[in-house]
Design a protein around this ligand. Structure first.
Ligand SMILES: C[S@@+](CC[C@H](N)C(=O)[O-])C[C@H]1O[C@@H](n2cnc3c(N)ncnc32)[C@H](O)[C@@H]1O
Length: 249
């Protein structure tokens, strides 16, 4: 099962042209902005990540992983589990692999999500930081996350580009890639429509002295989480583990 998943992920070639974001983020990785994003997103991502309380045998996936910093956080906690990162940008995946060289638990794949051909019910936790709104078909992406999770598994997404965060509205011209500006309510409903239960949302605000990005201490990051229902069937490789959903600040 794990061999099959790794083979399928490693064997993939991203169709970069199909994702405008991939070209943009290739450039960002080349000029070091992967590290800039890690620094900027890190304080929020760390809080959300810690709330997941990964067990040592968890299977973890970061969707739109950038340079893979949360995959390394996960890998450091795992003894029998695995930590995967997917990104559509070839240069980001190169950076992620270089930064995780020698770590057998961290696996990175160049892939445009959703993929539609990965083994179902594989992951205990799927995490995504500042990536979901780049997906061309967000409902399809959410549906795929749901199917990739084991019954009882948890998906958490944190984003800074959303309707209520007015400061973010100008980013489209700055980033220059296809981005969906949705309201908090629309994100919540999309999670529910994809089948997630226990869908909850918060605007995660951190103290100004800890915030690298100004909006993290003002509007905050929109964190949406949901669970694949424990009784939603046991697909290939499924197995239940309880994952804490609350954010501890
Ligand atoms: C703003 S960056 C965030 C990266 C990382 N999560 C972080 O916090 O630094 C968004 C990332 O999502 C990736 N991405 C966008 N659309 C994608 C898709 N459809 N499939 C996979 N990755 C995607 C981009 O290539 C980029 O690396």
């Amino acid at each position: 099962m794990i061999g099959s998943l790794i083979r399928r992920l490693r064997g993939r070639q991203a169709r970069s042209a199909a994702v405008p974001a991939a070209d943009v983020f290739d450039t960002w990785a080349q000029d070091g902005r992967d590290a800039w994003m890690e620094k900027g997103h890190g304080p929020i991502a760390r809080r959300v990540f810690q709330s997941l309380r990964l067990s040592p045998d968890a299977w973890y996936l970061d969707l739109g992983c950038g340079n893979g910093y949360t995959v390394r956080w996960a890998s450091a906690l795992l003894s029998r589990g695995r930590a995967f990162g997917i990104d559509a940008s070839p240069r980001m995946i190169e950076r992620a692999r270089a930064l995780s060289a020698g770590d057998p638990r961290a696996v990175f794949a160049l892939a445009v999500f959703p993929l539609h051909d990965l083994p179902l019910s594989s992951f205990d936790v799927v995490f995504s930081m500042e990536s979901l709104y780049y997906m061309r078909d967000i409902p399809a992406a959410l549906g795929e996350v749901y199917r990739l999770l084991k019954p009882g598994g948890v998906f958490v997404s944190a984003i800074d580009f959303y309707e209520e965060n007015r400061i973010s509205h100008g980013w489209v011209s700055y980033v220059g890639a296809g981005m969906s500006l949705w309201s908090a309510r629309r994100w919540k409903r999309a999670f529910e429509r994809a089948g997630f239960t226990e869908v909850s949302q918060e605007r995660l605000v951190i103290p100004a002295e800890q915030a690298v990005e100004r909006w993290h201490s003002t509007a905050g990051s929109l964190v949406t989480r949901g669970r694949r229902p424990p009784d939603s069937g046991r697909g290939e490789g499924s197995g239940r583990r309880s994952v804490e959903l609350r954010i501890s600040q």
